[in-house]
Design a protein around this ligand. Sequence first.
Ligand code: NGQ
Ligand code: ZN
Length: 314
Amino acid sequence: MAIDANGTFRGVTENASHEGVESLGRFVLPGMPNLHSHAFQRAMAGLAEKQSNPQDNFWSWRETMYGFAARIGPDDLRAIATQLYVEMLKAGYTQVCEFHYLHHQPDGKPYADPAAMSLALIEAALEAGIGLTLLPVLYMAGGFDGRPLSERQCRFGFDVDGYLRLGEKLRKMENSTLRVGMALHSLRAVPPDAMRVVLESSLADGPVHIHIAEQIGEVQDCLNVRGARPVEWLFDNAPVDARWCLVHATHMTADETRRLAESGAVSGLCPTTEANLGDGLFPLAAYRAAGGVLGIGSDSNISISPTEELRWLE
Ligand code: NGQ
Ligand code: ZN
């Protein structure tokens, strides 16, 4: 098996001689990266997997999730994430991208150390022995119209300066098993001007992740306020390339699908949560035909199984 300098598998030679090659004596598979996780949501498994009201949808799921999140502090997060990351390793994930927005205390005040919740995740990954790509999330507004964060969203919020300070601090902790990138929660949560500023910062020279188009409602709001669909708007306004991961690119036109595939950006698909919450199917066949790159994520961590995600995707 040929592996390039980035650790990416580049090819397999059939019937190769094993002369001089160390045998592992068993079948081996490449470690699977988990492109999208909200660790704390592992502990709400079972709270929202049933419909208690015919009107239930993504947004009512989110209210349940917010109510649960309000009870999680740094010690809880460390415990939940440590157990989760061990589960991930046992299931075959060897690297996890943590899309982390639970930054402050439940009332919105920063912890004495504003990085307390990030540090809990770093400690959990170290304890479990999984590679961590920590993606601190920028979350500034409650919707495309720029409305302020709701009471329950206040603990997610940073202004641009505070966010970049957090990113710089975490960057200094990088090592062989910890990488720090950037995440924009979604187009609805990050005003265009703020997006431009953070994308010009040094934090943007690593991985950049974003929730892009999971819900028909947000596609509609984006069209109404910004005059374009989310994927379309992002490509027109940001330098999207192979460093980017667009999570939940569920709702795309044929043209958006082609642009995403040609950009080299990764489509981060989370089949089990997208099936439960997403109200749509990713255009997999067209995307693959256009040469698009994809990976999977366990997102809300109801299922922690790469084979299960791939089976649902197929
Ligand atoms: C999240 N989860 O950030 O946990 C989101 C829901 C939102 C999924 N999109 C919150 N599955 O998008 O506002
Ligand atoms: Zn997510």
